[in-house]
Design a protein around this ligand. Structure first.
Ligand code: LMR
Length: 332
């Protein structure tokens, strides 16, 4: 075959491939890193977002979910996001102070939300959107709030009155409000990464902790905790965040489709959060490793009294206006 014929053949092959999209662009990859087990509200919602995003973009986006601190642990993940090493996270609202956005620690204040409805009034309203906007100067876009419900306390002794906490080494997330919370109860707070918590409980480095049941059960913390109190003294929620440069750089139609996928994943997450935690508490009960206590109204009132000083101690750090606005919105 002479040179011209060869060139014509090659050209017609390229055109044929291109016409069948055989050279379709490589997909846009979103690495979604998080620190909890797949079978938790956040873990299942991340998978749901993956399914929706890939399906709704017709495969133009590929979401790679990395659960259980596989890729990055607590503190590392925020740095990785800002560097663009990952594109999406959903850290606990207790973990944003390293970014300098201390206002999110308001969500850690004891008993600040009387109900889920009160919480949603904040996260779904002007206040919640305003808090997410505070992340923008840090190169981060906040997309949504995800829910993991109210926390319980655990240790190897019954925790029924504040006096029961005296001197206990209690693991907390790295939040100054949670540090103040444990000190108000007479305990010694120990901030550890989530991935280090279960081993620290097993080895006795810490004696107790707090978390929603779904996190306790999926990390098998109950196997090292003989007692659990359904205190619902505090809330654990998440902000789903992306690297702002990545997000703004997406084609407009792709970004709008991903926003819709995130909306649907968020609705899904909220519908499963409570029942996943209820099921986890039941699994802990059935495991027989842990005695589950509830507080009498008198005991609950005693916890509230002991924890009240946290508000005055933390108002300056979080912003008195933010705390008052949340309380107004959450208790109309
Ligand atoms: C914790 O560190 O206890 C939680 O923030 C983990 C999580 O992401 O639910």
């Amino acid at each position: 075959m002479n040179r011209t014929a060869l060139r014509m053949t090659a050209l017609s092959l390229v055109l044929a491939l291109a016409s069948h999209g055989a050279w379709a662009q490589a997909p846009i990859v979103i690495k979604f890193s998080h620190v909890v087990a797949p079978d938790t509200p956040k873990g299942r919602a991340a998978e749901r977002f993956k399914q929706l995003a890939e399906q709704m973009t017709g495969g133009r986006v590929k979401v790679e979910v990395y659960p259980n601190s596989q890729l990055y642990r607590d503190r590392e993940e925020l740095e990785a996001l800002q560097l663009g090493a990952v594109q999406m996270l959903a850290p606990s609202l207790a973990k944003f102070s390293p970014l300098g956005v201390k206002e999110f620690e308001a969500f850690d204040l004891p008993y600040i939300f009387p109900s889920k409805q009160a919480l949603y009034a904040v996260t779904e309203g002007r206040l919640g959107r305003g808090l997410l906007r505070k992340l923008e100067p840090k190169g981060i876009t906040g997309l949504a709030y995800w829910d993991n419900g109210f926390k319980v306390m655990s240790a190897n002794k019954p925790l029924l009155t504040p006096a029961d906490f005296r001197g206990l080494r209690m693991r907390i997330q790295a939040s100054k409000v949670l540090d103040a919370q444990m000190r108000a109860l007479g305990a010694q707070p120990v901030a550890l990464a989530f991935s280090e918590t279960a081993p620290a409980l097993r080895d006795g480095v810490v004696e107790g902790t707090e978390n929603p049941p779904s996190n306790m059960f999926t990390q098998r913390m109950h196997e090292s905790q003989k007692h659990l109190t359904v205190s619902n003294h505090g809330y654990l929620g998440y902000a789903v965040i992306v690297n702002k440069k990545f997000w703004d750089g997406l084609p407009g139609d792709i970004r709008k489709t991903l926003e819709r996928a995130m909306e649907q994943a968020t609705v899904y997450e909220k519908t499963i959060a409570q029942r996943t935690n209820d099921a986890a508490l039941e699994s802990i009960r059935r495991a027989g490793t842990t005695t589950i206590h509830t507080l009498t109204p008198q005991q609950q009132a005693e916890w509230r009294r002991a924890l009240q000083p946290v508000y005055t101690q933390m108002e300056e750090r979080i912003g008195k206006d933010v705390v008052q606005a949340i309380r107004r919105e959450a208790n109309p």
